[in-house]
Design a protein around this ligand. Structure first.
Ligand SMILES: Nc1ncnc2c1ncn2[C@@H]1O[C@H](COP(=O)(O)OP(=O)(O)OP(=O)(O)O)[C@@H](O)[C@H]1O
Length: 283
């Protein structure tokens, strides 16, 4: 039996090669209010280049809103959201559009346009630049499809004709269309069965490593969380109550952390992780 709460820092999720430079994303003293409801209160968070930072928290703690604020889709009531050194909470729409070209996003819903083929879905962010000739777009789309393991025979299919796993891959290819440095993932493995989920996690790991991406992820899925995160930020009590590598965060004495990580599901996922760490160290 794994003593999850007292485990030593393990190797799988720690990336000693992540360089600590200036943060890619910095959230400073952020407040979010909807009417009289305060969702975030004086929230601070820094995300560094090359890491996979996962945000977890109970339902309604404001994870999705925070992600949307990082993307400039919503403005906080107070505070700053600085991405690549620019405060996007006060950026002009044209500046936001320019900045968005440096990041990709994979949303749980609305991942693909249902009326466009796979090819056109992936091509669409490139077409919006109005600067690339068709043959360059064609080659780039095929390259992205190859990158995510989607065969060229799927290029002319409609999203409705794809399996759940293939939809995710196509949406990931579209998120990577403009070669972003920063990738936002909202519940990337939701709706996938365990085998497809494992395969998708492995794909994200490979792309993260090869493309040197910084990834910000929201997930409820503990297997995905443990397999991918270099650090975890826990949202509770309207702010970030803990942030750090998995092994440190699970030891923090907070009711949500205890219930989320150290309940039966959390322990099972930690055991799987433990097994993987052991296998990796025996290689
Ligand atoms: N546009 C809005 N107007 C009013 N309230 C909103 C709006 N957007 C979000 N909220 C509220 O803010 C809170 C945080 O919502 P959010 O969707 O970010 O939670 P979450 O942590 O992502 O939850 P879940 O894990 O259930 O998806 C919720 O209470 C939600 O009802």
């Amino acid at each position: 039996m794994v003593d999850s709460a007292k485990r030593e820092p393990q190797r799988l999720n720690l990336r000693p090669d992540v360089e600590v430079g200036p943060p890619v994303v910095e959230i400073r003293n952020l407040w979010t209010r909807f009417g009289r409801t305060v969702v975030h209160q004086d929230l601070n968070l820094k995300i560094y280049a090359g890491e996979i930072l996962s945000i977890v928290g109970g339902s309604g703690t404001g994870k999705t809103v925070l992600l949307r604020q990082m993307l400039g889709l919503e403005k906080p009531s107070r505070g700053e959201v600085v991405v690549f050194g620019e405060d996007i909470s006060s950026a002009q729409p044209e500046d936001l559009q320019r900045m968005r070209n440096h990041w990709g996003m994979l949303f749980q819903q609305g991942a693909l346009y249902s009326a466009l083929t796979v090819f056109e879905n992936i091509a669409q962010p490139m077409r919006e630049l109005h600067a690339l000739p068709d043959d360059v777009i064609r080659d780039a789309v095929l390259l992205k499809m190859n990158m995510v393991g989607l065969g060229v025979e799927h290029a002319n299919k409609m999203p409705a004709d794809l399996s759940g796993g293939m939809v995710k891959r196509a949406a990931l290819a579209r998120a990577l269309a403009l070669e972003p440095q920063l990738l936002f993932l909202d519940e990337p493995t939701a709706g996938l069965d365990p085998d497809l989920s494992d395969a998708f996690v492995a794909l994200i790991q490979t792309l993260h490593r090869e493309l040197k991406l910084t990834v910000v992820m929201v997930t409820h899925d503990l297997d995905t969380l443990f397999a991918l995160s270099t650090r975890i930020a826990v949202l509770a009590d309207k702010h970030v109550v803990a942030v750090g590598p998995t092994c440190d965060v699970i030891q923090v004495d907070h009711p949500f952390i205890k219930q989320f990580f150290l309940g039966p599901r959390g322990r099972r996922a930690l055991e799987v992780l433990d097994e993987r760490v052991k296998n990796e160290s025996e290689k």
